[in-house]
Design a protein around this ligand. Structure first.
Ligand code: BGC
Length: 687
């Protein structure tokens, strides 16, 4: 039985989610900070006062905020922390589409706006630290928290995570999590991830590096799991060597909650600055370890310097007003993001539906009448209202045109109705009972990538009768659709689309908006085509290849490749140009002309993949290294630029610890998905 079943289930969960309603009313007090510099404060603190700053105040929240201790004597305010990745987990807040959906927008500028909005709402609820973004690489789509991250590719993760952090940190400190190699949920508290140094550096860490160095994230949360034998919270290689020394991270590191810290001395020596949410292994035990000479006081001083610098930075943010939470602008942003995240996977012309016709639309499935917002673990958000698919479609098509057929089995009357409608929209998928953070009996990893037998049967039953069957999937990651997809006319991946999800869905189905999304995760034809996903073993090895890198190497045909998504219009790509490479240039500049060859406006995501023509070491067949999203009117052509950072051509040489760019020819493939790359150019890199 996985640890979560007995460990987290035993937690006083009421404390983990207290005071939800009070938070909506309580105006935050302005953060206070004395006039002294950080160095003066550290010099003035006793050892016990310093150590007190290095642990959370309690497992209980106050107005839904986790606190770290204030120090009245020295006027130190402490931190106020709040989750999370798709909105603020305090009182009522705007529920944005889950990060997997936002990954599907391939739109860092939009993600910056989402970060800014969530940061603003966090600030308005009185928080100084936002426990987001989650930027763990999606190694396998069965991972329960797949929905919390931006997908399977380090370049996409780095770009989206950096944009989120930059936006959020206008209003609050952000905390990138969970560092590192945290991509299995059921065994997260104990699993030892064995990973070779090249795989770690090239696949699992570059997006963290970018969020640290380009995003300048203030805080990093360590993971629960072990990496190569040491818990992430006491992993000196990860925290001290890589994060703080090599990457020169100036911020503070916090542990993951309750079960994330294990050993006082090892954690302190490794560079864990704050144990959250309360002093279990830190606190008096840490002070004793310093007095016993097991932890140098300099280690504590370094941690407290980082913590107080963070508090000073957090205190300098402008104050938002509680009334700004769930503003019309934030809901409108949630709607725009949701529409831009929806991925059109199949369409034989059934979509868009005709908004002007009088023909009835059957909206099928019990999920249609529910607003599925995603996981109910730490990333849960409670909006005041959320629009269901049924309500969104009825609002767009008119209530008299819209009929709900709940299923799961069809009555004779349902069958008669379905034979007479213009189209059936079947809404099926997953929910918190199927996937999510492993808390109590809910969530956790998936055992299968398929829909439930009930959902698959409902789709087949409807498709056998209705003149046009459109399936809308709600889920956090890939679904295997092979058993039923050939029987349907159109398929849309809607993810968990947030407060305004139903409206966004109707906008896409009726062609008011384009389905703007492209897959941030490969959809395999068969789960066996992916590397095995073991969510029961206490030890797992992470290989060099996963996702599209694995599918490309094995030659298995994905159902829908990474980067894929149809549009209501068509595009052509021509005139690929690639600037040469000289060691002094940071970027290789790729330009390409994109033309909208259809009759509707639409957006294309142009993607550039790179591989060396020859290499002394194992390489993936191709890696995404640049992308850009461009909106075009019918007939319009634009020249887009995709900079490819030169260091992204490199491999990590374990012997020297250096990134090495091998001399030789590099192939740059450009197109609309990892499997649709019509343009190729090469660039030569000298010795
Ligand atoms: C999760 C974190 C979250 C924390 C606080 C942990 O169980 O793994 O992502 O920020 O709880 O809620």
């Amino acid at each position: 039985m996985p640890l979560r079943r007995h460990a987290l289930a035993a937690l006083p969960l009421v404390l983990l989610s207290s005071c939800a309603d009070d938070a909506a009313e309580a105006p935050p007090e302005p953060p206070r900070f004395g006039r002294a510099s950080v160095a003066e404060l550290v010099a003035a603190m006793t050892l016990d006062e310093k150590v007190e700053q290095m642990a959370g105040a309690s497992i209980a929240t106050v107005n839904d905020l986790y606190l770290t201790p204030a120090n009245e004597r020295l006027d130190i305010p402490g931190f106020r922390m709040v989750d999370g990745p798709r909105g603020v987990r305090a009182g009522k807040a705007t529920a944005f589409p889950v990060p997997a959906a936002r990954g599907a927008t391939w739109d860092p500028e939009l993600e910056r706006e989402v970060g800014r909005a969530i940061g603003w709402e966090a600030n308005a609820r009185g928080a100084t630290v936002l426990l987001a973004p989650t930027i763990n690489l999606l190694r396998h789509p069965a991972w329960g928290r797949a929905q919390e991250t931006y997908g399977e590719d380090t370049t996409l993760l780095g770009a989206m995570g950096t944009a989120f952090v930059q936006g959020a940190q206008e209003n609050v400190l952000a905390c990138a999590k969970h560092f590192a190699a945290n991509s299995i949920e059921d065994t997260r508290m104990e699993v030892d991830v064995t990973i070779d140094e090249r795989t770690l550096r090239e696949v699992y860490l570059p997006h963290f590096k970018r969020v640290v160095q380009d995003g300048r994230v203030a805080c990093v949360m360590s993971a629960y799991n072990k990496v190569n034998g040491a818990y992430a919270s006491e992993n000196a290689h990860l925290l001290r060597d890589v994060l703080k020394t090599e990457w020169a991270f100036p911020g503070f590191v916090i542990s993951d909650w309750v079960f994330g810290t294990h050993n006082t001395v090892q954690a302190a020596q490794a560079g864990l600055d704050i144990e959250m949410p309360f002093a279990n292994h830190y606190g008096p035990a840490l002070a004793d370890a310093v007095r016993a000479g097991e932890v140098p006081e300099a280690v504590v001083d370094d941690a407290v310097t980082r913590i107080l610098s963070g508090q000073m930075e957090g205190s300098a943010k402008p104050m938002a007003h509680p009334g700004d939470v769930e503003s019309a602008a934030h809901r409108e942003l949630a709607r725009t993001v949701a529409a831009r995240s929806m991925v059109l996977l199949e369409n034989d012309g059934a979509l868009p539906l005709d908004p002007a016709s009088a023909g009835k639309i059957a909206v099928v499935g019990s999920l249609a009448a529910v607003a599925r917002l995603g996981d109910e673990g730490s990333s849960a958000v409670t909006p005041t209202t959320a629009v269901t698919p049924l309500d969104g479609i009825a609002a767009r098509a008119g209530a008299s045109r819209t009929v709900h057929v709940p299923g799961p089995t069809l009555t004779a009357a349902d069958e008669a109705l379905l034979a007479s409608v213009e189209a059936a929209v079947v809404v099926v998928g997953l929910g918190p009972e199927d996937e999510g953070e492993a808390i109590g009996m809910n969530g956790g990893d998936r055992d299968s990538l398929r829909l439930s037998a009930e959902d698959e049967a409902l789709i087949a039953d409807v498709a056998a009768i209705a003149p046009r069957t459109v399936v809308v999937l709600e889920a956090g990651s890939a679904i295997v659709v092979r058993p039923w997809v050939d029987g349907v006319n159109a398929l849309v991946m809607a993810w968990y689309p947030g407060s305004e999800g139903g409206h966004a869905m109707a906008d896409v189905l009726f062609g008011v908006t384009e389905p703007g999304g492209r897959l941030p995760v490969s959809f395999p034809r068969d789960e066996a085509d992916l590397p095995a996903f073991d969510h029961t073993s206490p030890a797992v090895t992470y290989g060099f290849l996963h996702g599209y890198r694995h599918l490309d190497a094995s030659g298995a045909e994905p159902e829908y490749p990474f980067g894929f998504g149809l549009s209501y219009t068509t595009f052509t790509l021509t005139n690929l140009q690639v600037s040469g490479f000289s060691p002094a240039d940071r970027d290789i500049i790729v330009t390409v002309d994109v033309t909208n060859t259809g009759t509707r406006a639409g957006a294309e995501v142009v993607q550039a993949y790179v591989h060396p023509a020859a290499s002394a070491v194992q390489r993936a067949p191709r890696d995404l290294r640049g992308f850009t999203r461009v909106e075009l009117a019918p007939g319009e052509t634009a020249t887009v630029t995709l900079p490819i950072p030169a260091p992204s051509l490199a491999y990590f040489e374990v012997a020297t610890g250096e990134l090495v760019i091998e001399p030789g020819t590099y192939v740059i493939e450009v197109g609309s998905s990892s499997r649709d790359l019509p343009l190729t150019a090469t660039v030569d890199v000298g010795g």
